[in-house]
Ligand binder design. Structure first.
Ligand code: FAD
Length: 537
């Protein structure tokens, strides 16, 4: 392996918002005052800039004749389709258009924001210049669509800080990720340079304490970032999730102060990329039946074995590797070791070619007599199963944000297409069979989102409870596979073409039913926890 220079650093999870320095992602925000916004969490308001960003996120409030507060629709962007609204189905502004649009409200009293496209001029297929019959945007004003925002106070409402983060992530994704998403899939291209950029924005260490360069925020913040990335590129979201949750957050929770100080900062800055290596060729669902061995030899372990299907494996600089340190002791003989790419004896045996999630590198790794200093062990010797189970629990909760992002993208595109596409002289959105699909997509999205935020709460407050994260990822992943296929159906032949991202989203979605433990294993976890002792095998 080529030498990459010395690594540097990482710490414990303290999260006093008041003492936190200004978040890097706020540096790119701008806006006016905070008039008319009811702040549900006044303690979170740290400066006018935050409040201004929040104003932009939510849009100004408006009293409509029946007295219920709603929000004005942002003005359509000049030069774009009248159907283009710089907001998604939840009324959140898209890309950079949000701030300008919010300050240029028309004042026309309508019942909330219209759902919008994904930052492009509508979601009409662009098939070599062809435009499907009847797909021209309507020229009537007709934008008085009902608000699809969740009601104030629902449990998954984002805090102001989380809204800022979502807004910043969305701008970043539109600017940096969207243009690369198709190439990542087509060429299996991993955009390494994006990691540095995401590091600069603070997206790679949302849960890492500030003293190690992170934001010191909760798993909700991590989910917010992943959802935004997944709307354009689930593959990038997977790589970011493997880096910042499976590895970086894991190390922040379980590493020593020295390990955190040495390893976390360059990972949070995106200078180095991380991976977590558990799965082996013969140890998948039965994860604790590892064959990889780490034998003590003086002040080192000698590591031998191989790992399979490791996200970021082919590009990773820092890896958390699970190995048996007491082979005869099953789950009780596992330890976790911190491996650097530079270590002699570590090789990437193969980069794997996948059905979906292309551009997120997956690899087979080999360890041949790798000398690992004892102080590179994370946690106690032979007690790694606790780190493994706890890590998988958090991983399942956080990664459920990826299918939520996929569902959001599918719903936005489907609503917009159903409003624009005409057949039999009518918008296809008027056909009940299309309406049913849109309703199903909406229900799946909302149910997935509620399970996601419930699970994020649970892993933070009661880490021993496993069923919520398993339920969230299982439901959301299956819903996103189903939802992406339904979105393709709504788009007809255009949906089947690679010019639109829907078939890519369907291929990507399938992975979430397999990674982080399969749907079958997650169902076993749920049922056995509910049934209680005596029902496992
Ligand atoms: C793209 C990708 C990225 C991944 N990234 C990582 C990573 O970063 N790090 C990592 O360590 N691993 C990673 N994995 C591995 C992933 O976690 C495993 O693939 C998964 O746990 C399943 O293991 P397996 O593939 O060996 O399937 P198996 O365990 O061989 O399962 C085969 C089938 O049998 C079913 N099955 C197995 N046991 C039971 C049972 N008791 N009851 C009922 N059905 C059962 C399974 O559900 C499945 O349908 C990744 C996998 C993929 C595809």
């Amino acid at each position: 392996m080529p030498a990459r220079g010395p690594v540097t650093d990482g710490v414990p999870l303290s999260t006093s918002i008041e003492t936190r320095p200004r978040l890097p992602f706020l540096s790119s925000t701008s806006g006016g005052g905070n008039k008319g916004v009811v702040d549900p969490r006044p303690e979170l308001r740290r400066n006018d800039r935050v409040a201004a960003t929040t104003e932009i996120c939510r849009g100004p409030r408006l009293e409509i004749p029946d007295g219920s507060p709603t929000r004005r629709p942002p003005a359509a962007d000049p030069g774009r389709s009248p159907l283009f609204w710089p907001s998604d189905h939840l009324g959140r502004p898209r890309s950079g258009a949000g701030s300008r649009a919010a300050s240029e409200v028309t004042g026309r009293a309508v019942r909330g924001r219209a759902p919008g496209g994904s930052g492009v001029s509508g979601c009409l297929p662009e098939l070599k210049g062809a435009r499907p019959t009847g797909a021209e945007p309507p020229n009537e004003p007709g934008n008085d669509y009902p608000s699809l925002e969740p009601p104030d106070g629902v449990s998954h409402d984002l805090t102001l800080e989380e809204q800022d983060l979502a807004s910043a992530a969305r701008r970043f994704v539109q600017r940096e990720v969207a243009p690369l998403a198709e190439r990542m899939d087509r060429d299996d291209y991993f955009p390494r340079e994006l990691f540095r950029k995401m590091g600069e924005e603070g997206f790679l260490g949302p849960t890492v304490p500030e003293q190690y360069g992170g934001l010191g925020l909760s798993y909700r913040a991590q989910a917010v970032i992943l959802e935004e990335i997944a709307r354009e590129s689930p593959a990038l979201a997977l790589s970011v999730g493997a880096h910042s949750n499976l590895a970086v957050d894991n190390l922040a929770r379980n590493g020593t102060d020295d390990q955190r100080a040495e390893f976390l900062p360059p990972l949070v800055r995106g200078e180095r990329i991380a991976a977590l290596a558990l799965t082996e060729p013969n140890a998948g669902s039965d994860a604790v039946s590892l064959s990889t061995r780490a034998e003590r030899n003086g002040d080192h372990y000698i590591l031998n074995g191989s790992k399979q299907f490791i996200t970021n494996g082919p590009v990773a600089d820092t890896l958390l590797v699970y190995a048996k340190t007491r082979p005869g002791d099953g789950a009780h003989g596992i330890s976790v070791l911190l491996i650097s790419r530079e270590m002699e004896g570590f090789t990437v045996s193969r980069s794997l070619d996948k059905m979906g999630m292309r551009g997120s590198p997956t690899g087979e790794l080999a360890f041949r007599n790798v000398r690992v200093p004892l102080d590179r062990r994370v946690g106690e010797e032979n007690r790694g199963v606790g780190i493994l189970m706890g890590g998988l629990n958090v991983e399942r909760a956080v990664l459920a944000a990826i299918p939520v992002g996929i569902l959001g993208a599918c719903l936005d595109r489907s609503i917009q297409y159903a409003r624009e596409r005409e057949q039999f002289g009518e918008k296809i959105g008027r056909f009940e069979l299309i309406q049913e699909k849109i309703a199903n997509l909406y229900m799946d999205l909302e149910a997935s989102r509620r399970l996601l935020y419930g699970a994020l709460e649970c892993v933070a407050t009661d880490p021993r409870r496993l069923r919520d994260s398993s339920a969230a990822l299982t439901f959301a992943s299956e819903a996103s596979t189903r939802g992406a296929l339904q979105a393709i159906q709504i788009h007809g032949g255009y949906g089947y073409m690679r010019d639109l991202p829907l078939e890519r989203l369907a291929r990507d979605a399938k992975l979430l039913e397999i990674g982080a433990g399969t749907s079958e294993i997650r169902r076993l976890i749920i049922a056995r926890e509910l049934l209680g002792p005596g029902f496992g095998r």
